[in-house]
Write a protein that binds this ligand. Structure first.
Ligand SMILES: CC(C)(COP(=O)(O)OP(=O)(O)OC[C@H]1O[C@@H](n2cnc3c(N)ncnc32)[C@H](O)[C@@H]1OP(=O)(O)O)[C@@H](O)C(=O)NCCC(=O)NCCS
Length: 199
C-alpha cells in the first residue's frame, strides 16, 4: 500500500471517492447525512496547501482510503474514510499513523477527531493511536497532544515522504505500461483485415 499527500490536481478524485459512499457511510464520515451537492461543495473548498489530504492506494494505484487534517488555531481536525470493500485490513490504522506523523512534522501541537459514539472501528483506531477519548450526546471526541519532532525525525520523515511519491508514480507508470502491453498483445491477436478491393 502507498500512502501519500494528494495535490490540488486530485480534487476530482477526492470528490468521486466521497460521492461513491452510501448515505450511512457519509453519516459516519461527516457525523451527519449529506447530499451530493453538499459533499461536492465541501470538496471544492478543501485547501490542499494549508491542510493535508492523504490518499491510500493499492498496487494498481487505485484509491482505497482518504485521511484529512484540517488546520485549526489551537488544534487540527482529522477525519478518515476507507472504501467499504477494503475495510478491516488496517488501512485506517496506517492512515491515522501517517496523518499524526505528518501533523507532528508540520508543527501541529494537538489533533482531534469527532465520530459517532457507536463507531467501533474509529474508536479502536483512536485508542490504538494513544488518543484520549470522551463522549457526549451520541458523539465521541478523541484528542492527542503532539511532541515537536527532532531534527533526525524530520530528516527521516522527509526521506520517506519523497519515497511515497516516487513509489506511487512508479506504480502508476507500471500500470500504464502493463495496459499498453496488454493492448498491443490483444491487437496482435486480431485477425488481419484484408480490404475488400484486395481480396
Ligand atoms: C473508520 C474506518 C476509516 C476504519 O478503516 P479500516 O481500514 O476498516 O480500519 P482498520 O482495518 O485499521 O481497523 C481499525 C480497528 O477497528 C477494528 N474493526 C475494523 N472493522 C471493524 C468492525 N466492522 N467492527 C468492529 N471492529 C472493527 C479493527 O480490528 C481495528 O481494531 P484493532 O486495531 O484494535 O484490531 C472505516 O471503517 C470507515 O471508512 N468508516 C466510515 C467513515 C468513518 O467512520 N470515519 C470516521 C469518522 S471521521
Amino acid at each position: 500500500m502507498i500512502i501519500r499527500p494528494l495535490t490540488v490536481f486530485e480534487r476530482e478524485a477526492v470528490k468521486t471517492f466521497y460521492l461513491a459512499l452510501s448515505p450511512e457511510d457519509r453519516r459516519k464520515r461527516f457525523c451527519c447525512t449529506l447530499s451530493d451537492d453538499t459533499i461536492s461543495g465541501y470538496v471544492d473548498r478543501l485547501n490542499f496547501v494549508r491542510d493535508t489530504v492523504l490518499g491510500a492506494f493499492d498496487e494498481r494505484a487505485r484509491m482505497m482510503g482518504l485521511a484529512e487534517l484540517v488546520r485549526g488555531p489551537v488544534a487540527s481536525e482529522m477525519a478518515f474514510s476507507v472504501r467499504p470493500d477494503k475495510r478491516g485490513q488496517k488501512i485506517g490504522t496506517r492512515l491515522i499513523e501517517r496523518l499524526i506523523l505528518r501533523a507532528r512534522m508540520c508543527g501541529v501541537r494537538k489533533v482531534f477527531v469527532m465520530f459517532l459514539s457507536d463507531n467501533t472501528p474509529m474508536r479502536r483506531m483512536a485508542t490504538r493511536a494513544g488518543m484520549a477519548l470522551s463522549s457526549a450526546d451520541g458523539e465521541a471526541h478523541a484528542q492527542l497532544e503532539l511532541a515537536p519532532p527532532s531534527a533526525q525525525e524530520l530528516a527521516q520523515w522527509f526521506f520517506e515522504e519523497s519515497l511515497s511519491h516516487s513509489g506511487y508514480f512508479g506504480t502508476l507508470g507500471m500500470v500504464h505500461w502493463g495496459s499498453l502491453v496488454t493492448q498491443s498483445e490483444t491487437a496482435a491477436l486480431q485477425p488481419l483485415k484484408v480490404p475488400a478491393a484486395a481480396a
